[in-house]
Design a protein around this ligand. Sequence first.
Ligand code: ADP
Length: 274
Amino acid sequence: MSDDRDIIVKNLSYAYPDGTPALKDVCFEIIKGENVALVGQNGAGKSTLLLHLNGVIENNNGCITIAGKQLEKKNISDIRKKVGVVFQDPDDQLFMSTVFDDVAFGPINMGFSEETVKERVKKSLQKVGLSGFEERCPHHLSFGEKKRISVATVLSMTPDILLLDEPTSNLDPGGRRNIIETLKTLDSTKIIASHDIESLLEICDKAILMDKGRVVATGRSEEILTDIELLNSHGLEAPSIVKMLGDDVIPLLRNNFDSSQIKKHEKTLKKANL
Ligand code: ADP
């Protein structure tokens, strides 16, 4: 029987070396191709969880299976080819003196020929809308450009699974829109940890809500991320647009708002300039 589960996490617990508990008995499954929102207030354990999924933090407790393979020390380099992580701070991702070298770093380490590396860099920069940036110095780019180059450094390894930590944080509206549109074009399985619930509603099918290291709710993103009471009870706030439109926010954000919904919310939409 074929197994369409890309990520299985069972009973994962973790405390940092100083004793701070970060994950408690975390369990969930993600199907191939799903876009999953990972939400929770600061300190909920989102980053710690992402760092476990490609072995940056070693899993001593519980079980993680990626594309049918249990994550263990001996297969960590194989797993890292499948799972790419985009860190919250692009300065943690970019360390070379040119954009080309940063984006080429992964494919070079994977042993590809010079020609293939060049092709991969070109395609990855195209995907993030930054073709022609090859010779620029990453540290002289705008924050939004650095974020997009960070995504390109991972795309160049064509990972089946993408983990993104706060991809839209600290971006201006144009930068945020660029990242959202880029993510929407990618077929890989994605887990996106973010406080930007509006963008998560636009991109994600499924949501995992964490609080104090535990998974407290999982389900379809339109259920979890529009449940104002649930979000409030775990220290989060629904975006104003969810408060204004309720469930109808989904078709609005996903561009299939029909005429009856436009009529129903006419006044609200006018007021909000939408
Ligand atoms: P989130 O990404 O949801 O904000 P984190 O995974 O960063 O949450 O943090 C989970 C918990 O682990 C928090 O209590 C945080 O203070 C703690 N923590 C994170 N990194 C470290 C670290 N390097 N050493 C000790 N505690 C840490």
